[in-house]
Design a protein around this ligand. Structure first.
Ligand SMILES: Cc1cc2nc3c(=O)[nH]c(=O)nc-3n(C[C@H](O)[C@H](O)[C@H](O)COP(=O)(O)OP(=O)(O)OC[C@H]3O[C@@H](n4cnc5c(N)ncnc54)[C@H](O)[C@@H]3O)c2cc1C
Length: 611
């Protein structure tokens, strides 16, 4: 096997993932830790990486406190309502009280935020959203992180976290490889902040084959934010709480600006308002959650799904009226051009002019994330001045592994953070990590050389598998002795789709299906030892698959554990079709034992701090 160079990097704070959370963490770590070495490592290039790579048209989390528009408590109530009662109110409040300051910084750094010409305030799209000219949102945010970091390492895929050999249950850094040069990297750090985004492509997408990259969520979001802490033994929470989005069909264009700003609305194929018709039956399942305002996102999905099942699809967004107003027509198109150009292209290719035709809506395949309208992620310690005792065991945003922090999609229990909230949570984690490094008298971590060597061998194994196995075939991509990352990915997506509640199963599952799904996932996990990678790009795909499979197993375990249907419209436990507040008004927690491969599940209380 070709010898690969090993590069050692020492840092005080290592930030894994330079998206919104990672940039926030890097920026704030420098503010509090002027004398510290702060390193950010990113598998792409922070200039255009993560879910915000393409730009955004709205910042979805902004209180407007200095105009007395909303208070942090209001946002907690909103998120709690949308998540059917289950959120970490301490974490949500902590973000909400700081998020405005973050947005003001973005504006100072050059992000154009639209203003209401009458009031001079930021132009609201909805109660929580403000409108931006955000094509360059990510480069603007990345510049701040670049200036703050001691070093930014782009193009390095982090594969594993390292544990401290002198201190039990304590993180010591991370390893990964450069996807361009192939060099192996060992990062030794006193504190690690994981901000590596959420997970797309764990469930089979609607677009397969030539269109398989066309998903709502960025195809490069590969579940590292979950797999890295899981492997390190961190507790995870609410991993069953996958998200399903109602979006414009085929291009996944966002609907927020349409509903909120253009005041468009939906109707079934026969021009009827179908939503309220499903709410009476839904009350039987979820009680008065359906009467709340705004109606929780999952329940609105449910109405759409039921209407389509009843044979009255397709569901359409009524755009023809709004688009008669030239201002609204401009906003409608600009909305896509600033963040989802693909939707405009799809409409053009399908002869859809929203002024003439009401475009179709559909529901996406499920994704796993902790910063949008769901809250999967790591179980984190809360703010010292606000979190109940059960939610405090260390520094703010520290996971159940010492020295391991997280932000954005990585942290569970706190939905509706979005881009601004994820950056804010990165800042909170950065500040806490600096305190940890300084106060806890953290020594240089002790990293085992033997462990690094072992990991190095494991990381490049797929290249070796391919090099040897390739000789056994003369043509084609199917080999008797290796599995290509794409084949593994498709196998994963099929298992998750059919057994864990994907589109093919109408988002429905039950105990026997989940149990069988786990068996199949275990077999897939065994086969991952035989992944074959043709080049460094495929090697990255191989490790992304490893991360996706582990996160999927976690999702399946959580879905099995929660014996109720808490979020109809996101997924259904057919054997437990009702919401059960008596037994399940709680968080689900899991912990993976990497030696035995076993999962331990438990419940944790939900505290309602705000009335
Ligand atoms: C389709 C879509 C639309 C959205 N629309 C809006 C909106 O309109 N308004 C709004 O405010 N918010 C919006 N959001 C939410 C917002 O984008 C996220 O909340 C935010 O980006 C989450 O921040 P993060 O740091 O957790 O993840 P990301 O910003 O996705 O960053 C994760 C980073 O980690 C890197 N990474 C991943 N794995 C590894 C690894 N193994 N090694 C090294 N690096 C790694 C990635 O390359 C990436 O740079 C949207 C999200 C999506 C998916």
């Amino acid at each position: 096997m070709r010898r690969r160079k090993t590069v050692f990097v020492d840092a005080d704070i290592l930030v894994v993932g330079g998206g919104m959370g990672g940039c926030g963490a890097t920026y704030e770590s420098r503010y509090w830790g002027r004398d510290l070495k702060i390193v950010c490592v990113e598998k792409a290039n922070i200039e255009r990486s993560g879910a915000v790579a393409q730009g955004l048209y709205a910042i979805n989390c902004y209180m407007g406190m200095h105009w007395n528009e909303n208070q942090p408590e209001d946002h907690v109530r909103y998120a709690r309502n949308d998540l059917m009662g289950l959120v970490r109110e301490d974490l949500g409040y902590d973000i909400a009280r700081h998020v405005d300051a973050t947005v003001h910084k973005f504006e100072e750094w050059g992000l154009p935020i639209m203003r209401d010409p009458n009031t001079g305030r930021y132009q609201r799209e909805g109660k929580w959203q403000i409108m931006i000219h955000g094509e360059s949102y990510k480069p603007i945010v990345a510049e701040a992180a670049r200036k703050a970091a001691s070093e930014v390492y782009n193009r390095i895929m982090v594969t594993h976290l390292l544990m401290d050999h002198a201190r039990p249950n304590c993180v010591a850094g991370a390893v990964g490889f450069n996807v361009r040069t192939g060099d192996f990297y060992v990062f030794r750090a006193k504190a690690v902040i994981v901000a590596a985004g959420g997970a797309s492509h764990i469930f089979k997408p609607r677009a397969v084959g030539e269109g398989m990259g066309r998903t709502w969520y960025a195809p490069w979001s590969s579940a590292s934010a979950y797999a890295l802490p899981i492997l390190a033994g961190a507790k995870m929470t609410q991993m069953e709480n996958r998200i399903v989005l109602t979006r414009f069909k085929d291009g996944y264009g966002p609907v927020g600006a349409y509903f909120l700003h253009l005041k468009t609305y939906t109707q079934n194929a026969y021009g009827q308002d179908y939503e309220p018709g499903w709410f009476a039956a839904l009350k039987e399942r979820v009680g008065d959650y359906v009467d709340r305002h705004p109606v929780p996102t999952c329940l609105r999905n449910h109405a759409l799904l039921e209407e389509v099942k009843a044979g009255r699809g397709p569901i359409r967004m009524v755009t023809k009226e709004a688009f008669q107003d030239p201002h609204k027509e401009t906003v409608g198109w600009e909305n896509f051009l600033g963040m989802t150009i693909g939707q405009a292209v799809v409409w053009a290719s399908q002869n859809i002019d929203p002024k003439e035709i009401n475009p179709e809506l559909t529901t996406s395949e499920p994704y796993v994330m902790g910063s949008h309208a769901t809250c999967s992620g790591a179980w984190a310690s809360g703010p010292e001045d606000y979190a109940p005792a059960d939610y405090q065991w260390g520094y703010n945003r520290m996971m159940t592994v010492e020295g391991l922090f997280g932000a954005g999609d990585a942290i569970g229990g706190s939905a509706h953070k979005f881009s601004s909230g994820s950056f804010t949570e990165g800042r909170i984690a950065g500040k806490a990590a600096v305190r940890y490094v300084k106060e806890a008298g953290r020594e240089r971590p002790v990293v085992s050389e033997a462990e690094c060597e072992e990991l190095k061998k494991a990381v490049y194994k797929p290249l070796e598998n391919y090099r040897i196995g390739r000789n056994e075939i003369v043509a084609g991509t199917v080999s008797p002795s290796y599995l290509l990352p794409l084949h593994g990915l498709q196998r994963l997506e099929k298992i998750m789709d059919e057994y864990v509640g994907g589109i093919g199963a109408h988002y429905t599952t039950n105990e026997p299906l989940l149990t069988r799904g786990l068996e199949l996932l275990a077999m897939l996990k065994e086969d991952l030892a035989h992944l074959g990678a043709e080049d460094l790009h495929q090697l990255q795909r191989a490790w992304e698959l490893h991360h996706r499979v582990l996160a999927s197993e976690c999702v399946t375990q959580h879905t099995l554990f929660r014996t109720e249907t808490r979020w109809p419209g996101y997924y259904y436990r057919a054997d437990h079709p009702k919401l059960d507040d008596h037994d399940w008004h709680c968080f689900t927690l899991s912990r993976y034992d990497r030696q035995s491969g076993k999962w331990a599940m438990e419940k944790a209380p939900v505290y309602h701090i705000i009335d």
